[in-house]
Every structure is written in structure tokens, then in C-alpha cells.
Design a protein around this ligand. Structure first.
Ligand SMILES: [Cu+2]
Length: 164
């Protein structure tokens, strides 16, 4: 009897986890369910490649939602040559100015100490085959920008983070 009960609970939690990770399912659910989703963590996986590209150009979350974002480097190149991170910037940050300060911040893996106030959340720098995750609360409704702050990457490695 006990085993069956735990089996059902495990199955239920697998289902719940699946619902959080699938955007398409979330979009089709009735409004009532969507509201409760704000309290659930949103899991996002974004990949950075050896071709200096993020596989996601746009990410959508809800205001106040817990977000767990994992950056995976899908390539093979070393961190020193083709490192990637994921940096979510506050609105109004001059990306070119931020990028040039970041490029000079090699000791802190291209996260400039002087610009910490411009950053909402960021992952660590990863090389080929590595991953890093960051958890944060989605900020207020609006449109934000994320970049990779490795020198020279932000021009190509950039996307829009939409908070609804
Ligand atoms: Cu990069």
C-alpha cells in the first residue's frame, strides 16, 4: 500500500514539473491556472554555441515569477577562447558602454564590479560542455535585454527578456 501511494505522488510531481517547463502547455491553460503559475518556478534552458550564438533570442516570464535559468555551452571551445555567460541588464543600460567595461573585467569573468547596479541576474562564465544556473525573481513588467559579456560577444549574443 505504502509503495503505491509514493508511486502516485512521484508520478504527480513529475507531471507538475513537466507543466512548469513546457511553455506551450502553459499558454493553453485557462487563465485561472496561469495566475497560480506565477508562484511556480519557471525553468529556462538557454544554450551558447562555439558559433557565438544563443539558441534563444527571446524569453518570456511573468512579473514576480521565480525563474531558474540554466546556461549550457553546447560547443567544445575552452572558456578562455569562447566563454559564455548570461547577463540580464536593467532597463536603460547602455549596452555598448556596459560591454566595453565588461571586456576589461577579465579578473571577475567579465562581470564589471563598477556595473553591478546595472545587472538583475547573471550566470558564471562557462566553457564548452559546461553549465551554470541562476535563480532570481522576475522583475516588473517590461522588456529587458540579456547578453553574453565575454569580450566582443554581445553584438551577436543578445536577446529580449519579456516580463508580462
Ligand atoms: Cu559568449
Amino acid at each position: 500500500m505504502k509503495t503505491t501511494k509514493y508511486g502516485v505522488m512521484l508520478f504527480a510531481s513529475v507531471l507538475a514539473f513537466g507543466a512548469v517547463t513546457m511553455n506551450t502547455v502553459e499558454a493553453k491553460l485557462p487563465a485561472k491556472t496561469v495566475v497560480s503559475d506565477v508562484k511556480q518556478a519557471k525553468t529556462i534552458v538557454i544554450k551558447g554555441s562555439d558559433a557565438m550564438q544563443f539558441d534563444l533570442k527571446e524569453i518570456k516570464v511573468k512579473a514576480g515569477q521565480k525563474v531558474k535559468l540554466t546556461l549550457t555551452h553546447s560547443g567544445k571551445l575552452a572558456k578562455a577562447a569562447m566563454g559564455h555567460n548570461w547577463v540580464l541588464l536593467k532597463p536603460g543600460v547602455d549596452i555598448a558602454a556596459f560591454g566595453s567595461k565588461a571586456a576589461a573585467a577579465r579578473e571577475t569573468e567579465y562581470i564589471p564590479k563598477s556595473e553591478e547596479a546595472s545587472i538583475i541576474a547573471h550566470t558564471k562564465l562557462v566553457g564548452g560542455g559546461e553549465s551554470d544556473s541562476v535563480e532570481f525573481t522576475a522583475p516588473a513588467k517590461g522588456t529587458y535585454t540579456y547578453i553574453c559579456s565575454f569580450p566582443g560577444h554581445y553584438a551577436l549574443m543578445k536577446g529580449t527578456f519579456i516580463v508580462e
